[in-house]
Design a protein around this ligand. Sequence first.
Ligand code: AP5
Length: 208
Amino acid sequence: MFGPPGAGKGTQAARLLDEFNLLHIATGDILREAVQQSRPLGLKAREFMDRGELVPDDLIIPIVEEKLGLNRDKGFLFDGFPRTIPQARMLEETLGRLELEINRVVFLDTDQEVILKRLSGRRVCEQCGETYHVTNIPSKRAGMCDRCNGKLVQRDDDKEETILKRLGVYREQTEGVLGYYRDKGVLLNVDGSLSIEETYPIIRASLK
Ligand code: AP5
């Protein structure tokens, strides 16, 4: 799943995981868990995340290499990775060694106005990680998760100033990865302004 911050990568990934037998590798989720548990990775990554910058490749690549060693029977769903050309190259090399390849790169092509609305209204369950939106996908009881009754909170990097920084970083450092996959013929371009329900069947059909 590829796209700017707030494009809906995690939301669509959750639907794909419900239907396909895939191991989810979401580098943002892995980093946030490491921050929450005050692990050495989290302590190093936090300053970059709080500033809306990318965490350096030398911290990210080993995390993904470790996950790739976990399960050969399932396919993998990468969410928010790779975000730089070195990350894309490492992924290709490692998958090659495992005799696996990338089948599809889903690009949720979303403009800034839509992103700002989505991220400023996003709420996440601090217990199970389920994602909501104050108007698009509200929980049944305000401030509480429908799934586990956990408290819904705003992510630290969802402040407007940090969102704008993340968008700038995306344009400067990540957008170029699109060309890498376009050249390989695996890119699916999806209009990111569509609703969640309109988007999912398009992605699903491209994977079947
Ligand atoms: P990460 O967690 O990956 O954040 P991101 O890429 O900025 O993406 P988001 O999680 O913000 O958005 P999303 O596209 O998943 O949208 P969502 O589905 O939640 O990364 C965080 C940080 O970690 C980075 O800034 C960086 O520091 C670091 N990091 C992570 N990976 C890294 C890497 N590989 N290399 C280096 N650093 C890395 O949807 C957003 C909202 O919109 C939700 O409220 C949702 O309910 C709503 N919504 C979704 N789809 C729709 C729709 N179609 N219509 C209406 N509302 C919708």
